[in-house]
Structures are given as C-alpha cells and as structure tokens.
Design a protein around this ligand. Sequence first.
Ligand code: NAD
Length: 478
Amino acid sequence: MKTITIAKGDGIGPEIMDATLHILKASKAKLSFEEIEIGEQSYLKGQSSGISPEAWASIRKNKVLLKAPITTPQGGGYKSLNVTMRKALGLYANVRPCTSLHPFISTKHPDMDVVIVRENEEDLYAGIEHQQTQDVVQCLKLVSRPGCEKIIRYAFEYARNFQRKKVSCFSKDNIMKQTDGLFHQIFKEVSSEYPDIESEHYIVDIGAALLADKPEMFDVIVMPNLYGDILSDIAAQITGSVGLAGSANIGESCAMFEAIHGSAPNLAGKNQANPSGLLMGALQMLTYIGENDVAELIHNAWLVTLERGIHTPDIFHQGKSKQLVGTREFAEAVTQHLGESPKELPKKSYGSNKPFTLPKLKENKPLHKELLGVDVFVDDKDKIPQQVAKRLQKMELPDLTLQMITNRGVMVWPNGFEETFCTNHWRCRFLPKSRKKVDKEEILTLLQNALKNNVDVIKTENLYSFDGKPAFSLGQGQ
Ligand code: NAD
C-alpha cells in the first residue's frame, strides 16, 4: 500500500478530485491518501506561497502528490504555487500526452497522438523580474546546460520506454541565440546518442502552426518551459477539450500529477467539469508507482465510457454523444465499466513500463572564461542617442571606451536610424581598443566615473568569452 499526498485545490478542484478518488477507490488501487490544504485558503491564511510547512512535510515524506488545480490570486505579491512546487521539488520534466479519441470525441485531428515534454524549472518561469526605468521592465530568461540536458535526455528516454519513434524540438534560436541556442545545441548533442529515434528541430512559430494544423506529424515534442506551457494547452484543446489531458511533473526523488487545465472558476460547484484531465494525471501516477495493471483497468473503463457517448458538457456534441452527464455521474459511469474493453478505440496497454531514471549528468570539462568588456544599462530621459553617447563618453577610461549603444536591442549609436523609437533604457557597450581582455577593477572605475558624471546606471552585464568564443549577443543592426 502506497500513501500519496492529495490536494483538492480550488474552483472545480474538489469536484474533479472527488470524482478521481471515487474511481481510484473502486479500482482497488493499492493506495492510501493523506490530504493537504493548498491554494486559495492557504494564501488567505497568510502563506504568501499558498502552502504551509505541514503540507510541504507531507509531500516530501510521501514523494508523490496528486494535485487538483489551484487559483493563484491576481496581484497582491502572491507567487504561483504551481511554479514554486515544481522548482522547489526539482520536478524538471513536465509530460503532457494529448491523444484524439476520434470519432467519439469531436476533433478536427482524428490521428493525433502527441506527447509534449516541457522543461519545467527554467526559462522565463524563473520569475525574476525588475522595473528598471519609468518605462521599462524586464524578465530574465535563464537557461542552463544541465537543465537542457536533463529535459532533452528525458524526452529521448521517454520515447524509448514508451515505444515512440520521433522526438521533435521547438525553439526560437534564430532570435535567442544564447538561450534557445543552447537548448537546440544540446538537442543536437543528445539526439546523436539515440540513433534508434528520429529527431528534428523546428523554429517554434512554424512548429506551433504545424502542431495546430497537422498534429499527426508529431510524436514526442520537447520544448523550453514557456512554449511547452502554451502549446500543451493548444494540443489538449484540439484533441477535443482542455479538460481531457493529464500531466506528470517528474523529478529525481518526487513527482506531482495533475490535470493540465486550471481551476475553471466559471464551472466551480456546478457538477459540470470534466474530471478526465485529473484522472489521466492519476493514471500517469499509477504507472509511476508501478500499478500498471490498475492504470490499464481504469484507462479502458474510461475509453468504454467515452465510446458509449457518456459525455460531460465540454465534449458533448451531436452525433456520438448519447448521454449528457455531470462530473459525479461521469465518474460513476467509469466505475461501472471497470473490467470492460473498448470496442472501437484501441485498447490501452501499459505493459511492464516502469519509471526510468536518467543516467547521471556527465561533468563537462571546464571552459576557459575571459572578461572582454561590459554592457552598462543606463536610465536616461534624453531621446537623442548622440546626446546620451556624449554623457557616456565622460565615463570612459583610456582603454575602455564606448563602442555601441542599443535601445531595446537595436543599435542607435554610432550608427542608427532616426526612425528608431527610443525609450529611456539604453544598453551601452564598453570594450578595450587595444587589448582583448579587461579586468574587473576597470569596470569598477568605469562605474565610479558614472557616479561622478551623474550617469544613472541601472545594471551591468559582464561580457565574457568561453574557450575564446564571445558569449553575448550583438546589437541588432551591428
Ligand atoms: P482554466 O484552464 O481554468 O479554464 C480555461 C477554460 O477551460 C474555461 O472556459 C474552463 O471552463 C475550461 N475548462 C478548464 N478545465 C475544464 C474541465 N475540467 N472541464 C471542462 N471545461 C474546463 O484557465 P483559466 O481560466 O485561465 O485559469 C483559472 C485559474 O486557474 C487561474 O487562477 C489560474 O492561475 C489557475 N491555473 C491553475 C493551474 C494549476 O493549478 N495547475 C493551471 C492553469 C491555471
């Protein structure tokens, strides 16, 4: 008997959790449940992250959490509990299978069977944001080599374990050459270790368009966090409803299972929500803890229920839908069909699939890092780049001089167009004229000069090379 932690969440959360537990109990899964309170009630009790120390203790003891969606209060400085949990527990892989159930669930894509493997801890979800000038805010996009390596390797191992043939990678490395560039580069490196699995890369815009139009082209897709978040909702929705897809958040020692959708406050308390998403999350959980036979039993009963046309409002359409039911009645119908197999939809088999562990990350050889210069970010209300440059040149050292100014990434000095719109946020690049390297003391002197000359420095970024390769972006137009 395995004890798992459960959280009923907010909005439709309690209804879909009760429905899911009803099915799990009827299936005789060898589970016992320890309930925690998280989400809105915790936020209102003053836990700014939406979770109490006792709830954390339960999750860390049981290592497996089945979680219904929660509502993140807007504004008021509340952090998203979902993001906090994924990161605090090291749940680096978010696995979201999206499968059509044609002709029983109405969809334009009858042959869709896609698994989205989304990086879960990095990217813009680091949540590091700052206002830097009156007009400009920033969000840091952090991407790490180990983070990319883990998620991409997970996607290939998943493909191997679940008899998938192809892994596609979506990134935007034509624009974000450092961050998405690293993701793509590591995809190329890791894919070469899996010659039995086909691999391909798409720029995320065309990849997303193809996924929405011809999802049957794809098998497993691995993506950085933000693209994966957005595209998995689209993928679930085009199978018929966002209410159909479950999600596993896998880490090295803990795992969390949930529906991909949110707390749908518009449906709360109406007995109308589709519990299938959370149920599919629960089936991923059963396979994770080795109860494949029970997962198979429930999955096939669920398929039979859908084949019989017993549908919740989100998937109820003229034609194949026969009986409009609420959340509770749908769950009861699934329990009534336990032990049956679908007649037209393919019978689901989980075989002896087991959770797999990734090989330990290889230590990478240390790279030689050199400091080449510095980008100084400045708040200056002047609209004329030449005037800004004049003030900045007062900071210069004899051999650390202003080389370029960009505004929102576009070069505006020494060359630029007068048509370019400028904000009060300027990136000013200082490089040595006669040497390849600078030292940190020179940067400190540069900043002292800024202070003396009333230049409002808001931040600096050091410009490095690694093994002789400059590792920073050029200005657009440079
Ligand atoms: P949502 O997913 O809750 O709802 C989007 C739409 O899909 C709504 O029309 C809703 O009625 C419908 N829908 C969602 N789940 C359904 C189901 N099971 N059956 C039938 N229809 C369903 O997205 P939202 O409205 O943008 O977000 C609501 C709240 O949920 C927000 O507070 C958000 O922060 C939170 N949220 C939580 C999670 C999570 O806990 N993992 C994920 C996403 C959003």
